[in-house]
Ligand binder design. Structure first.
Ligand SMILES: O=C(O)c1ccccc1N[C@@H]1O[C@H](COP(=O)(O)O)[C@@H](O)[C@H]1O
Length: 209
């Protein structure tokens, strides 16, 4: 019996998409505070997205090697539940904000994921994404799931190129605690599609039957 993983949809920019995510049963949404991303949101946009959510849908704020002041500015302006560090942030840096956080890692051959997870033991989960040279994330690329060790000391959040077509197979193979999707439920970067989100959620539930 496969336990149904939690579902995070990342890279929202519009209140309407937040409303759809909540209506369809998404557990968490992600806001990208990385200026180089096409899904980057201003503080004002972020507040509008969060305001469209009912209680009990978590808000994750995503950063890539931010300055501490950038994180503090978001925390002061937007009600977020969790931070996501998607760059080369050190464990000390991630812990400094005294908030629950996810540590993302871009999986590639030769990377010792057990060692990486051990160093980031303070994280609430290890988010495993694809490695695409020159790009920090949100690429729509998958990675070789066989590179993941059979057990990790942190909850595994599977990400990287997931979509309604491959998510059932991904869950059956990897058995993650949660899945995270961005490109696979979009019509354009930062523009989510309710039908694709519904199909993605249906694919997640199909893994358990
Ligand atoms: O979404 C982005 O633009 C982004 C930019 C920089 C770092 C991470 C980003 N998104 C994260 O990447 C994963 C995988 O995205 P995709 O599904 O392959 O498009 C996504 O879930 C976000 O957590």
């Amino acid at each position: 019996m496969i336990e149904t993983p939690r579902i995070k949809v990342c890279g929202l920019t519009r209140a309407q998409d937040a409303h759809d995510c909540a209506r369809l049963g998404v557990d968490a949404i992600g806001l990208v505070f990385y200026p180089d991303s096409p899904r980057h949101v201003t503080l004002e946009q972020a507040r509008a997205v969060v305001a469209a959510l009912p209680p009990f849908v978590s808000v994750v704020a995503l950063f890539v090697d931010p300055a501490p002041a950038q994180v503090e500015a978001v925390l002061a302006a937007v009600p977020v539940d969790m931070l996501q560090f998607h760059g080369d942030e050190s464990p000390d840096f991630c812990r400094a904000f005294q908030r629950p956080y996810l540590k993302a890692v871009r999986v590639r051959p030769g990377l010792d994921l057990l060692d990486y997870a051990g160093r980031h033991a303070g994280a609430r989960g290890l988010l495993c994404d694809a490695f695409v040279p020159g790009q920090a994330g949100g690429t729509g690329a998958t990675f070789d799931w066989r590179l993941l060790p059979p057990a990790l000391p942190l909850p595994l959040i599977l990400s990287g190129g997931l979509d309604p077509e491959n998510v059932t197979d991904a869950i059956r193979r990897v058995r993650p605690a949660a899945v995270d999707v961005s490109s696979g439920v979009e019509t354009a970067k930062g523009i989510k599609d309710a039908a694709k989100i519904a199909a993605f959620i249906s694919g997640v539930h199909d893994a358990s039957v």
